[in-house]
Ligand binder design. Structure first.
Ligand SMILES: Cc1cc2nc3c(=O)[nH]c(=O)nc-3n(C[C@H](O)[C@H](O)[C@H](O)COP(=O)(O)OP(=O)(O)OC[C@H]3O[C@@H](n4cnc5c(N)ncnc54)[C@H](O)[C@@H]3O)c2cc1C
Length: 509
C-alpha cells in the first residue's frame, strides 16, 4: 500500500521540472453550444444511456444525495458503460465548451458532482473483482460502499472505507476515505495502488507507482473531480480480522469530561481500536454524549481498553454495548442498515430494490491536533448546546473521528492527503426534514457560520471530503503543504482547467 505512494513521492523528490506532462494541450475545434442534433449524435455514439431533460427518467436521475440541492438541472446525464463512453463525453464537452462534472455516488457536500452542462455518471462501473492470492481488488469507480464491503467481505478480505453505504468509491477514495478500519489499515486512498482514468484531454490512462506516479499521488487524497474521470481503481485488501463493536453513552452533564478522556484515550490506543465521539443535540429529544467504535479483536481484549476509558471519566456510562459480529454485519450496523439486505441498503432513487432516502444537511469540519484541555472541551460541549438556541428542533452537533495509527504513519507528502499529524477530525453537522421551517434551516446555517468563526479557529485544516462551499481559505485547509504540488499535477494533466468547479484545484496558485 504505502510502497506505491512512497515510490511516487521519491520519484519526485526535489525535481520540479521532472514530472512529465503526459498530455499536450489539444486544439479542438469549438462548435458552440450543443444543438438538439448534437445531443442526439452524442446519445447515438454511447454504449450507455444519455438522459436528456425531455426524458421521463430525468427528474430522478438529476438528483444528488443531499436533498438541499433541489435544483441541479444538467443539460444531460450520461450513464457511461465503458471508458470509451467517458472519452466521447469529454470530447463533446470540450468541443462545445460546456461544463462537465463526474458523478459516482453523488454525495458531494458541495453538490459538485452536478453542473449545468454534462454529468458523466460512472455508476454503471460497479463491478468488484477480488484476487485473494495477491490481496488486490479491482473496483469500478461507481461502486457504492455497501457493495464494495459486501463483495470484498464475502472473500474474507476488507478494504478500509467510510460508514455511509451509498457513498461512491470514487469520491471517497479521491478525497481520502476515513473509517472504522483506518487506524489499522490506513485510509482508502492509502490502499490505492492503481487507477484507470480518462483525462481532460480524453486520453485513457492507467496510473500506478511506475506509470504517471504523480497522478497516482494526486488521486490519493487530492480531491474528486480534479485530475480526470476515474473508471476503476485497484486496491490492496486485507485479511479479515475479528470485529467487536462498542458504544458507551454518558449523561450529558459529563459530556466535557467524556470528550477530554476520549481524546487522551485515543491518543495512546493501539491501531486495532478505532473510535469516534459524538456530542449531539437531538432537537426535542435533548442531548446525546456517546463514544462508539470498532475493535479488531475479541471482546475480551477490548474490555481492558474500555475499562481504562471508563476509569478516566468521573461518571459511569449510562449504557454500554459490546458485541462481536461478522465484518459485513458490523459494516451494516455502521451504515444504519442492520435490518436490511444488501440490495435494500441502497437509495430508493437509484436502485429499484433500495429503500434508503436522501437527506438534507450542512456541515463544516476542522481538526484537533492534540488532546484539548478542560476549557476547550467545555467550549465544544457548549457549542453543541448553542445549536439548540439557534434552531431548537433540528438535529446536529459534533462528531470526532480518531486518526492516528496507520493513518498518521505516512508523512504529509507521501500521498496528497496532507492531514497526517492529527489526533481527530471534527465534523459539525445539522440536518433537517421536509417539515423544518426555512427560518430554522437558516438558523442552523448561522450556527455553522458562528462555529467556524468562534470555535474552529484557528482552522487546523479541513477534510476535503467534507467539502465546504462556505470555507474561505479552503485550498490551504484541505491541502496545506501539498497544494503547490497538486497545482503542478493539475497543470500537467488539465492545463486548460476543463475539469473545474468552485473548489477545484486551480492551474495557478
Ligand atoms: C452520509 C454521508 C456519510 C459519509 N461518511 C463518510 C465517512 O465515513 N468517511 C469519509 O471519508 N467520508 C464520508 N463521507 C464523505 C464522502 O466521502 C464524500 O462526500 C465523497 O466525496 C462522496 O463521494 P461520492 O462518489 O458519493 O460523491 P460524488 O458527489 O459523486 O463525487 C464527489 C466528488 O468527486 C468527483 N467524482 C465523482 N466521481 C468521479 C470519478 N469517477 N472520477 C473523478 N472524480 C469523480 C465529483 O465530481 C465530486 O467533485 C460521507 C458523506 C455522506 C453524505
Amino acid at each position: 500500500m504505502a510502497s506505491g505512494a512512497a515510490a511516487a513521492a521519491l520519484s519526485l523528490g526535489g525535481c520540479e521540472a521532472k514530472a512529465p506532462p503526459p498530455t499536450t494541450t489539444t486544439t479542438t475545434a469549438v462548435l458552440g453550444p450543443p444543438t438538439a442534433a448534437d445531443w442526439r449524435r452524442l446519445r447515438d455514439s454511447l454504449a450507455g444511456t444519455l438522459v436528456l431533460p425531455s426524458s421521463a427518467a430525468y427528474a430522478t436521475n438529476r438528483l444528488l444525495y443531499n436533498s438541499k440541492f433541489a435544483d441541479p438541472r444538467p443539460a444531460a446525464i450520461a450513464y457511461c458503460v465503458g471508458a470509451d463512453d467517458v472519452s466521447r463525453c469529454v470530447d463533446f464537452v470540450t468541443r462545445h465548451e460546456i461544463e462537465v462534472a463526474a458523478r459516482s455516488g453523488g454525495h458531494s457536500y458541495g453538490g459538485y458532482s452536478s453542473c449545468n452542462g454534462l454529468v458523466v455518471d460512472v455508476s454503471r462501473f460497479n463491478s468488484v473483482t477480488v484476487d485473494t492470492k495477491a490481496n488486490v481488488a479491482k473496483v469500478g469507480a461507481g461502486t457504492r460502499l455497501i457493495d464494495v464491503y459486501n463483495e470484498i467481505g464475502s472473500r474474507d478480505r476488507l478494504l478500509p472505507g467510510g460508514s455511509c453505504p451509498t457513498v461512491g468509491i470514487a469520491g471517497l477514495t479521491l478525497g481520502g476515505g476515513v473509517g472504522a478500519f483506518g487506524r489499522k489499515f490506513g485510509l482508502t486512498c492509502d490502499n490505492l495502488r492503481a487507477a484507470e482514468l480518462v483525462t481532460a484531454a480524453g486520453d485513457r490512462l492507467r496510473v500506478n507507482a511506475n506509470k504517471q506516479p504523480e497522478l497516482l499521488w494526486a488521486c490519493q487524497g487530492g480531491g474528486g473531480g480534479n485530475f480526470g474521470i476515474a473508471t476503476s481503481f485497484e486496491f490492496d485488501i486485507h485479511p479479515m480480522p475479528e470485529v467487536t463493536l462498542f458504544t458507551l453513552q454518558y449523561p450529558w452533564g459529563s459530556a466535557a469530561d467524556m470528550l477530554q478522556a476520549w481524546q487522551h484515550w485515543v491518543a495512546t490506543a493501539p491501531d486495532e481500536l478505532w473510535s469516534n465521539c459524538q456530542l449531539l443535540s437531538q432537537g426535542t429529544y435533548g442531548f446525546l454524549a456517546q463514544i462508539g467504535g470498532v475493535f479488531c479483536g475479541p471482546p475480551a481484549a477490548l474490555e481492558s481498553l474500555l475499562s481504562s476509558l471508563r476509569s478516566s471519566v468521573a461518571t459511569a456510562p449510562s449504557s454500554t454495548f459490546v458485541g462481536s459480529d461478522r465484518y459485513i454485519e458490523a459494516m451494516k450496523i455502521e451504515a444504519g442498515c442492520s435490518a436490511l439486505s444488501i440490495a435494500s441498503c441502497h437509495l430508493a432513487t437509484v436502485n429499484r430494490r433500495g429503500v434508503l432516502s436522501r437527506e438534507a444537511y450542512s456541515a463544516k469540519s476542522s481538526y484537533l491536533d492534540a488532546p484539548s484541555g478542560s476549557a476547550h472541551a467545555a467550549k465544544l460541549v457548549h457549542a453543541v448546546q448553542t445549536l439548540k438556541d439557534y434552531a431548537p428542533t433540528v438535529g446536529g452537533g459534533l462528531a470526532f473521528d480518531a486518526y492516528g495509527g496507520a493513518i498518521n504513519r505516512l508523512s504529509s507528502a507521501q500521498t496528497a492527503f496532507v492531514h497526517r499529524d492529527k489526533l481527530a477530525c471534527i465534523q459539525a453537522t445539522y440536518s433537517w426534514s421536509g417539515y423544518t421551517s426555512r427560518a430554522e434551516i437558516a438558523a442552523g446555517q448561522r450556527w455553522l457560520t458562528w462555529l467556524g468563526a468562534e470555535v474552529f479557529t484557528p482552522q487546523s485544516g479541513a477534510y476535503q471530503n467534507y467539502i465546504d462551499p462556505t470555507l474561505l481559505d479552503w485550498k490551504t485547509a484541505y491541502y496545506g503543504t501539498n497544494l503547490e504540488r497538486l497545482i503542478k499535477v493539475k497543470r500537467a494533466y488539465d492545463p486548460e482547467n476543463r475539469l473545474a468547479f468552485a473548489q477545484s484545484i486551480p492551474v495557478h496558485l
